[in-house]
Design a protein around this ligand. Sequence first.
Ligand SMILES: Cc1cn([C@H]2C[C@H](O)[C@@H](COP(=O)(O)OP(=O)(O)OP(=O)(O)O)O2)c(=O)[nH]c1=O
Length: 207
Amino acid sequence: METVIPHKCTNEPLILASASPRRSYLLEQAGLEFQVIVSDADETCPADASPRECAAMLSEKKALAVAESHPAHWVLGADTIVVTDGRILGKPSGMEEARDMITMLGGRTHQVLTGFSIFHVDKGVRHTEVISTQVTFKSLSPDEIEWYLSTGEPFDKAGAYAIQGIGTFLVKSISGSYTNVVGLPVCEVIEFFMAQGVIIRTSGNHG
Ligand SMILES: Cc1cn([C@H]2C[C@H](O)[C@@H](COP(=O)(O)OP(=O)(O)OP(=O)(O)O)O2)c(=O)[nH]c1=O
């Protein structure tokens, strides 16, 4: 019989500082127990910041906003952006911007950057990484773009698409972490928490 080894939190409390249901789902899938406290950090970047700096800065802001009031907790914050031709595409403000974004991405390769920050104020831990994934879209006809917009899916997603949803039809290939595109590079997050002894692996049979 196959034995699955899930991850388990030790007694160290963990907070996900994110309103993203995708990030919660990814952490739950990894078997982690955590609390969600949504960060009210402002999500703007200085105009001269590079895409990498921007993803790092925003993830830090989100984690810090919660970590300062929860100094005895591990706090995880993240920020996902899409980058094409050096331009940062965040979440579209409405239909027109979503249309522009999808049109810009059609038939080309872009980068998805997710910055994640893990803070523990009492332990003096402050860790930030930015992970990059390359995504190539198929060519898109105006009808396909209008149809995808009409699904309503693009509106709370960076770059105006969801690889894990209906938007899967847009994606010809990816190079790099899939979960990074969905909003959290699970492999790197788990690796960091394992190294800190925040999570352990237990053996047993799990569905
Ligand atoms: C590219 C892409 C992004 N996304 C999502 C992940 C993020 O939730 C969102 C990018 O916005 P973010 O600002 O990173 O996150 P958020 O506003 O949803 O949540 P919070 O700031 O509270 O942490 O886009 C997908 O779900 N699928 C995709 O394929």
